[in-house]
Write a protein that binds this ligand. Structure first.
Ligand code: SF4
Length: 477
């Protein structure tokens, strides 16, 4: 599509627009009842055109190309790396998450440099690969490694890239401004599609040549100068490079407000002014906090963490960081997880009965909902309290207890049905069930509908231990 063309936003594309380009045979190979149902799910972002097998046949090539253009996000998708650990960045359809959803959560790369002693380098790569945090049932991990050339020597850089690549399958970012240094590194990993950092006004032609020769994505850097960035993108795309990442500069202190302003201006230009030259993923580099010669390590880490959080919010598609401290990284991982969940679909867990400890026929039966945050909070409190029990997880569509009661997703009827469906009466010999405190108002109806006696539990699941001390076993068991 030519520069300056105004393409439809995702909200303006109707299922009919998609349907008209589909084979319209209603063959059901996609698993949908007909092509119109498929088109609706594509527009909702639940399926892609790749899910329609007939579209890949030669006879539909024009329709496939037209659909690809129609559904292309305003911010291009760029892939870094190969295989299972490759990362996709960009691919944004909207400026605001609540307008649709954000795709491709911001990967976080940690830096290493070619002046590190071999043991330190090996230990850091190991630590990056091992870093994991379980958050409401999901493993949050680090995504990539950025190798910085500080010696500015091709041989040293090549040796470091080779050493890193031999120890990790994470995607790599090769950071140097000298094309000779970058090429020395690429030759060690030319089958791994590393991201090149970076083309500038001084070296763009040599860097563009490398990107084309080795089929690698290329970062374009113009710190604090959006007109120059835009001009470089135009020049480099006309030269033939298609997969670009934009670096408008990250200034942690001073300059953080200008940095966020630049990121926001670029994204606004894409979505409000349909500026396709800026429609590429944005790179934030909070690790630059460490280049400022600040007072103490903790202050630098704090500044890096603040910059990273703001950049995830506005609108970084990839970050390079330095600190490995949990208090720096965990907020970023959790923040991006929350921003990138689909606002139309609450994060949920499977309904059913969970067993904790080795429950028997006298063990308590607790009720909760399948909202992931609720479930994992309750699970954590049960485990930390060493409680032996059955936990009945009710399908409330991923809604929390209080909202589910208000919206009638959690009712006496749904509790009764769950007790029957999961055969809870066969697991225990008593008929006592513990409702969450926030569902207390359902107790009378639940007793009537189910025939089970209700014990109203605490509003905060951390108090379950005390409740059981006070009320379990009930007098008649
Ligand atoms: S596979 Fe394609 S042609 Fe067949 S029903 Fe689905 S959308 Fe229509």
């Amino acid at each position: 599509m030519a520069v300056g063309d105004v393409r439809k936003t995702i909200k303006e594309i109707s299922p009919i627009d998609v349907y008209k380009l589909l084979p319209r045979t209603n063959c059901r190979e996609c698993g949908e009842p007909n092509c119109m149902a498929f088109a609706t799910r594509v527009v909702n972002g639940e399926l892609t055109i790749e899910n329609c097998p007939p579209l890949k046949k030669e006879e539909y090539k024009t329709a496939y190309d037209d659909l690809s253009a129609l559904m292309a996000p305003p911010v291009k998708v760029v892939t870094i790396g190969t295989g299972n650990r490759s990362i996709r960045i960009g691919g944004k359809y909207v400026l605001y998450r609540h307008d649709f959803t954000y795709h491709n959560p911001t990967p976080i790369a940690l830096d290493v440099s070619d002046d590190m002693p071999a043991k330190d380098l090996a230990d850091r790569i190991q630590a990056i690969g091992d870093f994991t945090y379980n958050y409401i049932g999901r493993s949050l991990v680090l995504d990539a490694i950025a190798i910085r050339s500080t010696r500015r020597d091709p041989t040293t850089f090549a040796a470091t890239v080779k050493a890193v690549a031999s120890r990790t399958d994470l995607p790599l970012i090769l950071c140097a401004y000298d094309p000779v240094v970058v090429e020395a590194g690429i030759t060690k990993v030319n089958d791994k599609r590393p991201l090149i950092y970076a083309a500038t006004k001084d070296n763009w032609k040599d860097m563009a040549e490398l990107a084309i020769r080795y089929n690698c994505p290329l970062t374009v850097s113009a710190p604090n100068d959006i007109p120059l960035l835009r001009s470089l993108v135009q020049t480099i795309t006309e030269y033939g490079v298609t997969d670009l990442v934009l670096d408008p500069g990250t200034f942690v202190d001073p300059g953080l407000s200008e940095t966020i302003h630049n990121f926001t201006t670029i994204r606004w230009s894409v979505f409000r002014n349909h500026d396709e030259l800026l429609g590429y993923p944005l790179l934030g580099t909070p690790f630059t906090a460490w280049l400022s010669g600040e007072i103490t390590k903790n202050v630098i880490s704090w500044k890096e963490a603040c910059a990273a959080s703001m950049l995830i919010s506005r609108y970084a598609d990839l970050l390079i960081m330095h600190s490995m401290d949990g208090w720096v990284l965990l907020p970023q991982l959790i923040w991006k997880f929350n921003i990138y969940t689909d606002p139309r679909k609450p994060v949920s867990v499977d309904p059913g009965v969970r067993e904790f400890g080795t429950p028997d026929r006298n063990s308590p039966v607790l009720i909760t909902t399948n909202y992931a945050l609720t479930y994992f909070t309750v699970e954590s409190d049960i485990k930390s309290g060493n409680i032996t029990c059955y936990l009945v997880v009710i399908d409330t569509g991923g809604i929390s207890v209080e909202s589910a009661v208000a919206g009638r997703y959690l009712t006496a009827e749904s509790i009764t049905n769950a007790l029957k469906e999961y055969h809870v009466g066969e697991l225990v010999s008593h008929r006592h069930v513990i409702l969450p405190g926030l569902a207390a108002r359902l107790s009378g109806e639940t007793e009537e509908a189910s025939g089970w006696h209700v014990i109203v539990g605490p509003k905060d699941s951390s108090n379950i231990v005390q409740l059981l001390k006070d009320h379990w076993p009930p007098p008649d068991t």
